[in-house]
Design a protein around this ligand. Structure first.
Ligand code: SF4
Ligand code: SF4
Length: 175
């Protein structure tokens, strides 16, 4: 399982040239640039790293990895930060991780996402009774235009893709 030490090892030869920041299509939306984020990881400023939204905005495009003059696996480092954030239930990353896990749970059960089930799972996972209100206006618009179908959540079980998900999870644990 990923830990911060492994991420530091991955970044150890960073020379702070800034090519990763210049290559990143999402850097303007990030509160800390990728170059600075790597420096903070190397300096053990871990609380600040996880207080930032930078790694959660990485869209895994691999531009930084392709262009880094040191050949560092930067996209992998971003994914490892996400992994730690999920494991540690970091508050700033909770919305992303619950959104993703609810989406994937619906895919696991049916081989595709069922929108209403996915959102029901997301609301339950977030444990915030006011959250559905935020989504209500857009939900009503979609329903009126027949863009989503109301499908009640199915019972949890192995699901259509259960075996595939189990295999991937085993492979990830043995990485
Ligand atoms: S491109 Fe590579 S060497 Fe340059 S700052 Fe980014 S991680 Fe460091
Ligand atoms: S992989 Fe992530 S951090 Fe790297 S350039 Fe793409 S969005 Fe930016």
């Amino acid at each position: 399982m990923t830990d911060v030490k492994k991420i530091k090892d991955l970044l150890s030869t960073c020379l702070q040239c800034g090519t990763c920041t210049a290559s990143c299509p999402n850097s303007s939306a990030m509160d800390i640039t990728p170059r600075k984020l790597w420096r903070m990881v190397l300096m053990d400023r871990i609380d600040e790293v996880f207080n930032s939204t930078t790694f959660s905005l990485c869209s895994t495009c691999y531009f930084c990895t392709l262009r880094c003059p040191r050949g560092l696996e930067l996209t992998q480092a971003m994914s490892m930060l996400k992994e730690v954030a999920v494991k540690e239930d970091i508050p700033k990353y909770r919305i992303s991780s619950k959104f993703y896990s609810s989406f994937m749970e619906s895919v696991r059960r049916h081989g595709r996402v069922r929108e209403t089930e996915f959102l029901t799972l997301y609301f339950m996972n977030m444990k915030n009774p006011l959250l559905p209100m935020k989504f209500a206006p857009i939900g009503i618009k979609f329903l009126k235009k027949n863009k989503v179908k109301v499908e009640l959540p199915s019972k949890p079980g192995p699901g259509n893709l259960g075996r595939l998900f189990e295999t991937v999870s085993r492979l990830e644990e043995n990485k």
